[in-house]
Design a protein around this ligand. Structure first.
Ligand code: VGL
Ligand code: ZN
Length: 172
């Protein structure tokens, strides 16, 4: 589960339209998946993805702030691990596999198929699913349990096409 955090939900600093609507579906998925990892976007206050440091985004998910907390409606009891991503200042940190040890963690648990849901479809969900594919996992993106930012209209649909081309399965 990628980045279902307050800042990506309505009222948050980088709200994904209808982002909070994924919470119930994510909870349902988490009940039937044997090993569940939640990521949190977890930036230093001067992260390079923030506009004032030359990046594309408003300040969001600064580590330890309320905005960076997981959405309160999530059944966090179902999460086996919560990992932080985006902590380094030399990348945008979209992917849950970037400098997190996630690949090692999944291999240590004999994971073969990675099911991805969360926020946002056109950024961190996409980057995470593509990295999972590159690492050789079978990958399924649960589209109904994602929402897109859509900085440009159609970005969500384009992300789905890119994922399909990379061999990622799309499920509703
Ligand atoms: C994300 C933009 C910036 C995401 C994170 O979780 O999709 N998007 N940081
Ligand atoms: Zn971010």
């Amino acid at each position: 589960m990628v980045d279902v955090q307050n800042d990506f939900c309505p009222g948050g600093a980088l709200a994904v339209p209808h982002g909070d609507e994924v919470v119930e579906t994510v909870n349902q998925l988490a009940r039937r998946i044997p090993f569940v990892v939640a990521t949190r976007d977890w930036h230093p206050a001067d992260h390079r993805s923030f506009a004032e440091y030359g990046g594309p985004w408003p300040v969001h998910c600064v580590r330890d702030t309320d905005g960076a907390q997981l959405h309160p409606g999530l059944d966090t009891d179902r999460f086996d691990r919560v990992i932080e991503k985006g902590q380094s200042n030399d990348t945008d940190g979209y992917s849950g596999f970037e400098r997190t040890g996630l690949e090692r963690l999944l291999r240590d648990h004999d994971v073969e198929r990675v099911r991805v849901a969360g926020l946002a479809l056109d950024y961190c969900v996409k980057a995470t699913a593509l990295d999972a594919r590159r690492a050789g996992f079978d990958v399924v993106v649960h589209r109904g349990a994602t929402r897109a930012v859509e900085v440009r209209p159609g970005d969500g649909e384009r992300a789905v096409e890119e994922l399909r081309r990379a061999g990622v399965q799309i499920e509703e």
